[in-house]
Design a protein around this ligand. Structure first.
Ligand code: FAD
Length: 375
């Protein structure tokens, strides 16, 4: 049996971020990952950092957390690039949310009014103004909202960089190490692995994404379920005029141009569906939604399709901070926002772990609305 100071269960963007942060602060950290690090939902994402474009009418705490995390992203990306030697593809061109008919225009106007009330930095554009900004948009679009502060990163580069940076800061990343049970304890929580071996730590960080609810020993089980998302990538072709600069969100699909020349088109939202297959219907609906707003999509090469499962809690907000069980800190349930929330998760959850080990203080105010104890 070995005894690291902190065990992180799950090596996605949440777990790797917390592990890197703690290792940089001098903690002895081990990540236990059942498969391969960085290949879960974090690999399947689109990399949008979009609190304003995705603002939901009843999600004001989440919006505030998203804006806080977005504000931390530029410094987080610079620090991560310096620590890993990897470019993480941070792009700040902004996001265009477009309508494609009268109904979606009406819905977009309501969203825009609500965004303005909340102080979101958004601008209303006519269809022509939107085409001036992004010439590949359909000339038939009746209107758009421009969110200049909604940015994006190359999320796959981010998880690879986090793994490199965590290792070089001294964290141990163990792959093929499924955790089956956690036995909470204020001083020495135990973690049982699938092969029957055990690890004792000072603190356990639960960052297992959709795997969180299946772990034994946690009562109540974290209320995290999977929401299936199918997505695909096309090849941009600037020489033939097939290029996009901004993230474009239509009513039925979003399009995210990546620094490596791919255009990510996503995503379906299939609640509780565990089937890992890409379906013809999923790809059909995504391409139909994409062509509606950017007709040039028809000419692009299709290069990849995939499925991911977003870890969603009952209220769709993440579980961050101390749970009811002693010695366990949560970093899970990030649903549609795990990439956006990576900096705030890494930094604030690491601080929470420090506080628990050092026996000081209560939860930071920024995490308070997201306490796992609300369930
Ligand atoms: C199609 C799609 C598009 C998305 N687009 C965006 C976007 O544009 N912007 C954004 O912010 N978010 C987006 N998301 C959401 C984002 O991907 C997730 O919120 C985020 O990746 C969750 O990170 P995680 O580390 O919690 O989960 P994961 O990346 O899934 O990592 C969890 C890890 O835990 C491991 N694990 C599970 N159980 C165990 C166990 N028992 N023992 C050991 N290891 C275990 C898994 O193997 C996995 O590697 C998208 C998601 C999808 C599916």
């Amino acid at each position: 049996m070995f005894s690291p100071e902190v065990v992180v269960i799950g090596g996605g963007i949440a777990g790797l971020g917390v592990a890197w942060e703690l290792a940089e602060r001098g903690r002895r950290v081990t990540v236990l990952e059942r498969e391969q690090v960085g290949r879960g939902a974090s690999w399947a994402a689109a990399g949008m950092l979009a609190p304003s474009a995705e603002l939901g009418f009843e999600e004001l705490d989440l919006y505030a957390l998203g804006r806080e995390s977005l504000a931390r992203w530029p410094a987080f990306a610079r620090r991560l690039e310096a620590a890993s030697g990897r470019d993480v593809g941070y792009r700040d061109a902004g996001t265009l949310v477009v309508a494609d008919d009268r109904d979606s225009l009406h819905a977009l106007r309501r969203l825009f009014r609500f965004q303005e009330e909340q102080g979101a930095p958004v601008e209303w554009l006519s269809g022509d103004e939107a085409v001036d900004l992004e010439p590949l948009l359909s000339p038939r679009l009746p209107g758009a909202v421009y969110s200049p502060e909604d940015h994006q990163v190359d999320h796959r580069a981010v998880v690879e960089a986090l793994a490199l940076a965590a290792r070089s800061a001294g964290a141990a990343l163990c792959e093929g190490a499924p955790v089956v049970r956690v036995e909470p304890d204020a001083e020495a929580p135990r973690i049982r692995l699938g092969d029957g071996s055990e690890v004792v730590a000072r603190v356990v960080v639960l960052a297992a994404g959709v795997g969180s609810s299946a772990l034994g020993g946690l009562a109540p089980a974290p209320p995290v379920r999977g929401v299936k998302g199918q997505a695909l990538a096309l090849r941009l072709d600037p020489e033939r005029g097939l290029d996009l600069r901004h993230v474009v969100r239509g009513p039925d699909a979003y399009l995210v141009p990546k620094a490596d020349g791919r255009l990510v088109v996503g995503a379906t939202s299939e609640d509780g569906v565990t089937d890992p297959r890409v379906t013809a219907g999923g790809v059909y609906r995504l391409l139909e939604g994409a062509v509606e707003v950017v007709p040039g999509v028809e000419e692009m090469e299709l290069v990849e399709t995939w499925v991911g499962h977003r870890p969603a809690s009952r209220d769709h907000a993440p579980l961050l901070g101390r749970g009811r069980q002693p010695g366990v800190v949560y970093a899970t349930g990030h649903y549609r926002h795990g990439v956006l929330l990576a900096p705030v998760t890494a930094e604030e959850v690491a601080t929470e772990v420090d506080r628990l080990i050092d026996g000081v203080g209560e939860t930071a105010p920024v995490l308070a609305p997201f306490s796992p104890r609300r369930f």
